[in-house]
Design a protein around this ligand. Structure first.
Ligand SMILES: [Zn+2]
Length: 102
């Protein structure tokens, strides 16, 4: 699975030092909270997508609302969601791709 590698997998911060195993690969997170949130997000996406392989995840946004772009099975889809106070994923919904501007 391709994830950002220029900072914390979830938020992109370059400070902090929390390494956590994600499906067999050690990944850099800025802190425990981001690692927990990322695991919860991955679990929520797996529930949505079933057993298909996730090739790439790209997470954007902040605590007011986040988007995750998921590349799987030759398809790219986008979800919107927020994290709850315990790092749980809330209001996960399909986010229609923006229309290309003419
Ligand atoms: Zn982080």
């Amino acid at each position: 699975m391709k994830l950002r590698d220029d900072g914390c997998v979830l938020c992109g911060s370059t400070w902090g030092d929390h390494w956590a195993d994600v499906e067999g690969t050690r990944r850099f997170f800025c802190c425990e909270v981001c690692a927990l949130q990322f695991r919860n997000l991955l679990a929520a996406l797996r529930r949505e997508l079933g057993g298909t392989e996730i090739r790439r995840l790209e997470i954007a946004g902040d605590r007011h609302g986040r988007k995750v772009t998921v590349e799987h099975d030759e398809r790219v889809i986008r979800f919107g969601f927020v994290f709850g106070p315990d790092g749980e994923v809330r209001r996960l919904h399909l986010d229609p791709a923006p229309r290309p501007t003419p």
